[in-house]
Design a protein around this ligand. Structure first.
Ligand code: ADP
Length: 465
């Protein structure tokens, strides 16, 4: 008989309770799909405050003075089901990482070292079959864990490492020496050294992070662990991202009725103040950060009319870039529209109504938006990085292509890809063919969850052998 595996899955973000980036969606998507597959997943996150649980029980954890008091609240959450919250001094905040003015909390290192210490204490108490950590916020658990279960660390974004000063090395636990990093303490470097398996969120990212360009200083340690490192592509929540049922869309559609996208397109043209004509419509939904490469699109905006193409961009983040985009929208109102902010509903409409979706990322661990776009029959134009390579075969190079790939993250290469995409998508039959193909791909968490379950099983069998 197959006995269910118990996995303690620790994360700083979990949709929809605390969602900052892709980590939140991945933790929820994977955790919930693993449960559907019969894995007993204990989802563990910080108690940021204001999170209601039903049938709640509390347990005090045994942690050193600097990390406590640490208390576990365990119960049922209306959206995610069984949930474990760790409360420790400083964890409860209005935002997981940021102050209201957008800068990081001064004590972020301390807060997440406490979280890590509490995860180790919980693992010692509960004795799960596998401990699965995610990103730097949880990495320091492995400094404290003695004689624990097999461990997995997933890397969702290596750019963030939570490096703190060296004094933490005296506190975080008996394996602290692995966390020493150029005189400081790096919660991720130690976790990468000590974990039994390291999972990058796409196969391409798993190889990129072993190079000086993609390694953010950790390419050396990651190359040393090459045998333990693998890539598993993220999925998306195909219930939330379902064009057949999405309540945010003026018109719902399926692959067979993709023509109904025209209604969504018209509504989007109106929203952006564009004319109702056949010129192709591209959208971008993004954080405005260096990673996302939006600055590479800036010099192309005055050229849109000549491609010809129109672009609607929804984004929040970098204030300088936002100001630049506002100016361009004023200057080129017939071809470029910019909506500043984070707008869930508009984002769905932008996936549902556009012809093309642009992702000019400099690096992209996995990327969710290109999969969301494809699910909604919107053709991605992307750079050749990370998960974008794994999810978007170029339609000019592959018979079963799903989008258009710029070879390098430069305005010139992006322009060339936009020309190619526009040429190909201007013919309705060719557009419909590619739309149907990408809408029929399974982007759900089912396959990724199976891969993780196999990985856990492998580790368990290895631990017993
Ligand atoms: P990230 O690096 O930001 O995690 P991903 O593509 O992995 O990038 O995931 C980002 C998620 O956040 C997607 O689901 C996307 O739709 C959503 N998103 C990003 N920016 C915005 C925005 N300004 N408004 C609404 N949703 C957004």
């Amino acid at each position: 008989m197959l006995v269910s595996m118990r996995v303690l899955f620790a994360t700083a973000e979990l949709s929809p309770i605390a969602a900052v980036g892709g980590l939140a969606a991945a933790a929820a998507g994977l955790g919930i799909e693993l449960r559907r597959a019969g894995v007993d997943v204990d989802l563990v996150m910080p108690d940021y405050g204001g999170i209601s649980l039903v049938d709640e029980v509390s347990i005090e954890l045994d942690v050193p003075d600097w990390a406590g008091p640490a208390v576990v609240r365990r119960g049922h959450h209306v959206d995610v089901g069984a949930l474990t919250l760790i409360s420790a001094p400083g964890l409860a905040r209005s935002h997981p990482y940021l102050q209201p003015d957008g800068s990081g909390w001064d004590d972020n290192s301390e807060r997440f070292f406490r979280f890590g210490r509490a995860i180790a204490a919980l693992a010692e108490l509960e004795r799960p079959d596998v401990l699965h950590l995610n990103d730097w916020h949880t990495g320091s658990a492995l400094a404290a864990l003695v004689d624990g279960p097999p461990t997995v660390v997933s890397i969702h974004n290596l750019a963030y490492q939570g490096i703190a000063d060296g004094s933490w090395l005296d506190l975080i636990g008996p394996h602290a020496d692995h966390f020493e990093w150029w005189g400081g303490t790096n919660p991720l470097s130690g976790a990468l050294a000590l974990a039994d398996r390291i999972v990058a969120v796409s196969p391409r990212y798993a190889s990129e992070i072993r190079t000086p360009q993609g390694g953010f200083g950790l390419d050396g340690p990651l190359s040393e662990r090459a045998d333990a490192l693998l890539g598993i592509l993220n999925g998306i929540d195909t219930d939330v991202w379902n064009p057949a049922t999405d309540a945010h869309l003026p018109a719902n559609f399926r692959p067979a009725s993709v023509a109904a996208k025209a209604t969504n397109r018209l509504a989007l043209l109106e929203r952006f103040g564009f004319d109702d004509d056949p010129t192709l419509l591209a959208t971008v939904v993004t954080r405005l950060t260096e990673q996302k490469g939006i600055d590479l699109l800036v010099p192309l905006i005055p050229l849109l009319e000549q491609i010809p193409l129109r672009l609607g961009l929804l984004g929040s983040g970098d204030a300088v870039l936002a100001a630049q985009l506002r100016r361009l929208a004023d200057q080129y109102p017939h071809h470029f529209a910019f909506v500043e902010g984070y707008d869930e509903s508009l984002s769905h409409q932008m996936f549902g109504g556009a012809d093309m979706f642009l992702m000019p990322s400099r690096f992209e661990p996995c990327g969710l938006t290109q999969m969301q776009a494809m699910r909604y029959g919107t053709v991605p134009v992307v750079t050749a990085v990370g998960g974008l390579v794994d999810t978007v075969p170029d339609a000019d190079e592959h018979d079963d292509g799903l989008g258009f790939v710029a070879k390098e993250a430069t305005p010139e290469h992006l322009l060339a890809a936009l020309f190619r995409a526009t040429r190909r998508l201007s013919t309705k039959t060719r557009r419909t063919e590619i739309q149907k193909r990408m809408m029929n791909v399974d982007w759900s968490w089912v396959r990724p969850a199976q891969r993780y379950a196999e990985l856990y099983r492998e580790l368990l069998d290895g631990a017993k052998a």
